[in-house]
Design a protein around this ligand. Structure first.
Ligand code: FAD
Length: 492
């Protein structure tokens, strides 16, 4: 008879605190942790060495933290099924515990294959939620209440088995970037791991969060003024519930009303995180296909339009040499540091979509590789929203010149990232802005006015739209509160 034994599979949840699968595995006398570096991930077009470097650092720290609690974390490189098969020959586990993942297409297919494998080998695989994303959601109505219920619930906690049997299986050293075939990184990554995540959260709640709502818009002030928790949330070195509960406690206990006001702005964004991820969970195809199918064929490079995207414009955008200083400075900051604030991310995408008329998929893959915090559900939803292909959101066309005036009035940011600015070495604009925007608006508004687009928008709103205030506005709510439809899409 096989003795019960548990394997806890760490994926995008590289932590100890608030970790239901770990708690479950620790109830078994025989238990092991597993983390797998998968070739499918390394080869995926969203993966960059910066992600791999950060992951390896997180794993090394987790391995140490788990060892202190008497659990071995086995590190393996290989395709998941091969790894499971080989591991099972040495450690006959009967239970597999992990968190649910709302990932890219490759990880979704991998999870389906793991489910089949577990069924074939009579292994009981239990997945636990770790964000507000709801699997097999029937309707968006009531979603925000479910989010709140999950986030306010008590984190899992149980006393682990103390007489754990020793398992004769080497943990395996954490590979280096070089072992995996990558060169050394040219950028400095933020500190990885669970301790760094908590100290980032604490420094934000105690100090850096003052003035958050003001600081978040300018790339000059956002670097310190935003929480900088996104990479930690993406790699799961801290849970969304921990961030939510710590924030609510701080809001409830601080006597500083302006801090509480800033932190409430932050708290609502935590819900956005899951709101956007839910869209990918409900419709995995939004990773590669327009949400609004009525937009298909509009831009080159969408798989329906006969032409491919304009490589020259695309490369100028990727390399930060479009001749639009605010765009180029942002792109250079992003490439050099792996992070950019929300407004500037949106401006980069708006510029690619409206000024350069590029379909979002290739720019989205490029940005996914640059963002250390790449989170597929947020990323693809935002790429589509900022490109005007969701059919329901207000068209937002950012003017790089206005953003420079508002967010960098003294030109300090531009000069810091474009040393050649103002010399002959800096390129002239790659497009004529006035003509490009007029053409983009004309095409998009003509499309949006059609009856088919209108009918489709209602169905999209029903499936993906938010039902609660505090989330980004949908056209109907936006109209009620502010502009008439013909004012939308203005340059700002
Ligand atoms: C085109 C585009 C792509 C994006 N891709 C990603 C991505 O891959 N991963 C990612 O985490 N964020 C993404 N964002 C959202 C946002 O820009 C980042 O979450 C934020 O800049 C991260 O920095 P922070 O943690 O300091 O944010 P803070 O302002 O401190 O916010 C705290 C947390 O709230 C959540 N959040 C904040 N703003 C948003 C938002 N607009 N939508 C959803 N969640 C939000 C994030 O989890 C963030 O970490 C994208 C935005 C755009 C416009």
């Amino acid at each position: 008879m096989t003795h019960p034994a548990a394997l806890v599979w760490f994926k995008r949840d590289l932590r100890i605190r608030d970790h239901a699968p770990l708690i479950e595995a620790l109830q078994f006398e025989r238990a092991l942790g597993l983390v797998v570096i998968e070739p499918e991930w390394l080869a995926s077009p969203e993966c960059d060495p910066r992600h791999v470097g950060f992951l390896l650092d997180c794993i090394a720290r987790l391995q140490r933290d788990l060892a202190e609690r008497g659990l071995r974390l086995v590190v393996r490189c290989g395709s998941m099924l091969n790894v499971l098969q080989a591991l099972r020959a040495k450690f006959a586990f009967t239970h597999l515990f992990s968190h649910e993942e709302t990932g890219s297409g490759w990880s979704y297919s991998r999870d389906l294959a793991v489910a089949d494998w577990c069924r074939a080998h009579a292994i009981d695989w239990k997945e636990s939620p770790q964000t507000g994303v709801v699997r097999r959601l029937a309707s968006r109505s009531g979603w925000a209440a479910r989010w709140a219920q999950r986030m306010n619930s008590r984190p899992p906690n149980a006393r682990p088995q103390t007489n754990r049997s020793a398992i004769d299986l080497p943990a395996g050293a954490v590979p280096t970037l070089r072992d995996l075939g990558f060169s050394a990184l040219t950028l400095t990554l933020p500190a990885a791991g669970e301790r760094a995540a908590w100290s980032t959260l604490e420094s934000f709640l105690d100090d850096r969060g003052h003035g958050y709502r003001r600081a978040m818009s300018s790339p000059l002030t956002a670097v310190d003024g935003c929480s900088r928790l996104s990479a930690h949330l993406a790699f799961g070195t801290i849970s969304m519930r921990s961030v939510h509960q710590s924030t609510e406690t701080r809001i409830a206990t601080t006597a500083d009303r302006s801090l509480a006001y800033d932190l409430r702005g932050f708290a609502s964004r935590l819900r956005w995180h899951c709101h956007f991820m839910q869209k990918l969970e409900d419709e995995p195809a939004i990773e590669w296909r327009n949400v609004a199918r009525s937009v298909d064929g509009l831009r080159p490079g969408d798989g329906v339009h006969p032409q491919a995207i304009d490589r020259e414009l695309f490369e100028a955008w990727c390399e930060g040499r479009t001749g639009f200083p605010m765009v180029d400075a942002c792109m250079r900051q992003l490439r050099a540091t792996g992070w950019l604030n929300f407004r500037m991310r949106a401006m980069l995408v708006s510029f690619a979509a409206y000024h350069l008329w590029l379909h979002w998929r290739e720019p989205g893959l490029f940005l996914a590789r640059q963002f250390l915090d790449f989170e597929p559900g947020i990323h693809w939803s935002q790429m589509q929203m900022q490109s005007g292909t969701t059919g329901i959101n207000t068209l937002r066309i950012y003017s790089p010149a206005k953003q420079a005036r508002d967010q960098d009035p003294n030109g300090q940011y531009i000069r810091a990232w474009i040393p050649e600015f103002g010399t002959k070495a800096y390129p002239s604009p790659v497009i004529d802005e006035r003509t490009a925007i007029a053409t983009a608006k004309e095409k998009l508004y003509a499309l949006r006015k059609s009856r088919a687009a209108h009918t489709e928008a209602q169905a999209i709103q029903h499936k993906h739209g938010s039902r609660k205030s505090g989330l980004p506005p949908t056209p109907s709510r936006k109209r009620r509160r502010t502009a008439a439809p013909d004012k939308q899409g203005s340059l700002f």
